[in-house]
Ligand binder design. Structure first.
Ligand SMILES: NC(=O)c1ccc[n+]([C@@H]2O[C@H](COP(=O)([O-])OP(=O)(O)OC[C@H]3O[C@@H](n4cnc5c(N)ncnc54)[C@H](OP(=O)(O)O)[C@@H]3O)[C@@H](O)[C@H]2O)c1
Length: 229
């Protein structure tokens, strides 16, 4: 049974990815932040044996190293970092954003996903998939409308870090992805988003499964279309 290590699977898109992967016959190890019960716990209870739940706050290096210790010896077919967030007032221009919000969002959306990837990649087989959840808003080439300036900047930084990471890999062997899920109705996406989770995630998971046999880094949307960097 192929296995996925999915970081940030408590709710929203990550939870839906876990649900979709198990319908495809994958075993999922999904992470949540410690504390409250989450929809992933309900999903795990409804599908005994298919989902293991681990805890990780991606901004906490101590927790990350503890997770690596707990996973030592396991070999995954794919690792995907979905966890991400936005700033308290996404309408602020970049000059109006506080230094505290800037640092906090950069750490959560750009630095921490890459730390997770670098730290846990050793748990993935050499030709296994490594991916992160970016956003169409991370595209510099497509930024004609502006808006959500800090959030865009963090996802553009994440894309750039993935390019640097990919340059260090044996890209002849390893498939790598930065994914754009579309604008989806979740707590982060908000009620105005045009897509429902079920419009995006089943297709996004198919894109990931197709990518398994295609080495190298690609920036793709949920329909498998290339997004310009
Ligand atoms: N929805 C959209 O329209 C959209 C569009 C483009 C990209 N994205 C990206 O898709 C990903 C998922 O977003 P979503 O729409 O599903 O948002 P969401 O419903 O707000 O879920 C965010 C997820 O990230 C986790 N998370 C946030 N900070 C974390 C941290 N420090 N450590 C561990 N987990 C953390 C949350 O865990 P908790 O439950 O513990 O808070 C939750 O599982 C994000 O990377 C987002 O930027 C979303």
């Amino acid at each position: 049974m192929p296995t996925l290590l999915l970081i940030g699977a408590s709710r929203g898109l990550g939870h839906a990815m876990a649900a979709e992967f198990i319908t495809k016959g994958w075993h999922v190890v999904g992470t949540v932040r410690a504390g409250a019960r989450t929809p992933l716990h309900d999903l795990s209870d409804a599908h005994p044996g298919w989902i293991d739940i681990e805890t990780l706050d991606i901004t906490d290096s101590g927790q990350l190293h503890a997770l690596r210790q707990r996973l030592a010896g396991r070999v995954f077919d794919a690792l995907f970092v979905n966890a991400g967030t936005t700033n308290p007032d996404p309408t602020q221009t970049i000059g109006a954003v506080s230094t505290e919000d800037f640092v906090s969002l950069m750490i959560t959306n750009a630095l921490s996903p890459m730390r997770v990837l670098e730290t846990l990649a050793e748990c993935v087989r050499p030709d296994g998939l490594l991916g992160v959840m970016s956003s169409g808003q991370g595209s510099i080439a497509n930024n004609h409308a502006g808006q959500r300036e800090l959030y865009r900047g963090t996802k553009a930084a994440l894309n750039q870090f993935m390019r640097s990471f990919a340059a260090r890999q044996d890209s002849a062997r390893r498939p790598m992805l930065t994914m754009a899920p579309g604008w989806v109705r979740t707590e982060l996406g908000g009620d105005e988003a045009p897509l429902r989770i079920e419009d995006s995630i089943p297709s996004l998971v198919n894109v990931m499964l197709t990518k398994l046999g295609r080495p190298g880094l690609e920036y793709l949307d949920y329909q498998g279309r290339t997004v310009p960097w």
